[in-house]
Design a protein around this ligand. Structure first.
Ligand SMILES: [Zn+2]
Length: 138
């Protein structure tokens, strides 16, 4: 396989994306605990290594970055300008792998939840606006 080194701009963006992903996962962990749900993190023995899963209760949660998992129609699902074909192939493979993981888990009786990065950001932005303006629907 051809090795592609991302340009400085792309690698800086990817580093930011990774950091944000970690924060969202921490927020989801808090919500799951708040709901009294017990989970394991990054369960490698399950298809797709879900970010959170409970094998006895049979549920799995994926927290997907919109860039890496190429969220359909999402403004965050951009394609880097250089090595465009490489990235398009990569995103295609990622999406196919994601769909397969969900299928395999469902076949084993799992309920699967996908939380997209942009959904988490929308909630945060909404809360920020409410706090800034004092109005519930600014
Ligand atoms: Zn998205």
């Amino acid at each position: 396989m051809k090795i592609i080194r991302p340009d400085a701009e792309t690698s800086a963006r990817m580093a930011r994306i990774r950091q944000k992903g970690t924060k969202i996962e921490a927020a989801v962990a808090l919500m799951l605990r708040d709901l009294g749900l017990h989970y394991r993190r990054n369960v490698r023995k399950l298809p797709g290594s879900p970010d959170f899963a409970n094998q006895s209760k049979r549920w799995a949660v994926f927290v997907h970055g919109c860039f890496w998992h190429h969220h359909a129609g999402c403004y965050r699902a951009t394609v880097p300008k250089s090595n465009r074909r490489f990235w398009l192939n990569k995103f295609h493979d990622n999406k196919r792998r994601d769909a397969r993981s969900v299928r395999l888990l469902q076949r084993e009786g799992y309920r699967v939840v996908v939380i997209w990065e942009c959904q988490a950001h929308r909630i945060r932005d909404k809360l920020t606006k409410i706090l800034e303006t004092g109005r519930v629907n600014p």
